[in-house]
Ligand binder design. Structure first.
Ligand SMILES: [Zn+2]
Length: 230
């Protein structure tokens, strides 16, 4: 039993993504709006590969599908959809992904255990990762999704536009400083995404071990939810 559960754990992968665009909560078709966001980065953690950072969708999808179980927070509704509909930039020919985004999303969903979907079914309402992290682990999230969208845009613009513009006018020192600043925003983005992956992992492990997790509700009260995670 012990070895079985250990090997199951080693085939589990945790992941989270950040997006290029910001979700408009007032868009009439939320699914379509989510499909148009596009991946900026994705971070995974698994026992077999440790932390990995992806900047393009196809290698991330392949890496996820190489594992038996994919665990995340809101991945059925959000991350899997963004990933499946992100523009392909590189595709390894030896391990072809399905031709359509719909098929890819179905493959990802079939292996996914979504902590938010599970909690929503138990509670009858949604609950945020920040509220769970604080209530269960006493931890604060580093940043927010909207901040990650701005950091990604800044990192790209500084690197691709302003560093080149400065080089064009022979300001090497300025270009180097702008590149450094871009790299600083990129690093913040990656650190934030990784922190959320590790929060989801800790939350899941806490739920497995204690058969309950907790969140802070809108009135600031700590609420306990029983779970049967494994
Ligand atoms: Zn792995």
């Amino acid at each position: 039993m012990n070895t079985e559960s250990k090997s199951a754990e080693s085939h589990t992968i945790f992941y989270d993504i950040e997006t290029k665009e910001l979700l408009d909560p007032n868009a009439p078709d939320q699914d379509a709006a989510i499909r148009a966001l596009h991946l900026s980065i994705g971070v995974t953690w698994c026992e077999c590969h440790d932390t990995q950072i992806f900047h393009t969708p196809a290698p991330l999808a392949e890496h996820l599908l190489a594992h038996e179980r994919i665990i995340g927070f809101n991945i059925i509704h959000f991350d899997n959809a963004v990933l499946a509909w992100s523009k392909e930039q590189s595709r390894a020919p030896e391990k072809p992904l399905p031709d359509t985004p719909d098929e890819l999303k179905q493959l990802l969903d079939a292996k996914s255990f979504d902590l938010l979907a599970d909690l929503e079914a138990r509670l009858g309402h949604r609950v945020g990762l920040a509220a769970l992290a604080e209530g269960t682990l006493g931890k604060q999230k580093l940043a927010s999704g909207p901040q990650a969208v701005v950091w990604n845009r800044l990192a790209g613009t500084l690197r691709d536009r302003w560093a080149l513009a400065l080089l064009d006018v022979s300001d090497q020192e300025g270009a180097a400083r702008v590149n450094e600043l871009g790299a600083w925003f990129q690093e913040r983005l990656e650190r934030y995404c990784l922190q959320d992956v590790l929060l989801v992992k800790k939350l899941f492990e806490y739920g497995v071990a204690n058969k309950r997790v907790a969140y802070i509700d809108f009135e600031g009260e700590r609420r306990v939810v029983r779970v049967q995670w494994r």
